[in-house]
Design a protein around this ligand. Sequence first.
Ligand SMILES: NC(=O)c1ccc[n+]([C@@H]2O[C@H](COP(=O)([O-])OP(=O)(O)OC[C@H]3O[C@@H](n4cnc5c(N)ncnc54)[C@H](OP(=O)(O)O)[C@@H]3O)[C@@H](O)[C@H]2O)c1
Length: 245
Amino acid sequence: MKVLVLGGGSDIAAATVATLQRRQPVTAIAAARDTDVAINGLSMAAPGAELIGRRWDALDINHHDSFINDVFDRHGAIDLVLCAVGRLGHHAGMAMTPADVDSMVRANFSGPAAALSSVGRRMAKQRRGSIVVLSSIAGARARKSNYVYGSAKAGLDSFAQGLGDALVGHGVEVIVVRPGFVRSKMTTGLDPAPFSRSPGEVASAVVESLGGGSRIVWVPGHLGPMMSVLQLAPRSVWRRVAGDR
Ligand SMILES: NC(=O)c1ccc[n+]([C@@H]2O[C@H](COP(=O)([O-])OP(=O)(O)OC[C@H]3O[C@@H](n4cnc5c(N)ncnc54)[C@H](OP(=O)(O)O)[C@@H]3O)[C@@H](O)[C@H]2O)c1
């Protein structure tokens, strides 16, 4: 199975490649800012997988189309594209400069979205494949502690759902995965939120979802019904629930 990971150093991506590799031989192309770090993480998580590093920065939006075309031209048909790029950052909210906000939005939304539109075109051409986009519970309703990240994830989530609809009839599925708190590099130093999960648990949900058609997958599953109620709660109630008072 051939997998392209956008954000190749991600802990959730490493766990996903490991879960896949336990089922069948995997070739993983890790698109990452630091390919050595990405390949090192993947090789420890998924021994035996064939690993290829490609330098890629989500912020270089003008290069995404040529990058994605080159990956598909060079490596042939890709079975799964996993979009695992993301930056929670040290959220300073109103103290962030316009440049900080722009960089967060490009890393979490416009960068991955630009790359995924090229991916969608190439997958439609090969008439098969799965695209998994790691969204977040943070995109379901913004909160004081991470509204720049959350609003960018909301944009990416919406983009991915639309891309999935656009690819109906082309043999390509788009699965939007919305984890809650995951104990990965991204959340190092933070107190785990309720219902926190490991990268391996998210990976299992990703792998189980493959082949079932375009849809939204919450991890853990009960966060879906829980958030559909909380999205309707008055803002003052939501602030208390989210701990933002
Ligand atoms: N951890 C959570 O609680 C959680 C919850 C919900 C959703 N998610 C989402 O799940 C995905 C994977 O996260 P994770 O938990 O596995 O965290 P992670 O290990 O920190 O992975 C995120 C990856 O994104 C890469 N990245 C950041 N900015 C980039 C850029 N400009 N260009 C290229 N790569 C860039 C990072 O690479 P560098 O090493 O170069 O920075 C890192 O490898 C992310 O989309 C995240 O938003 C995570």
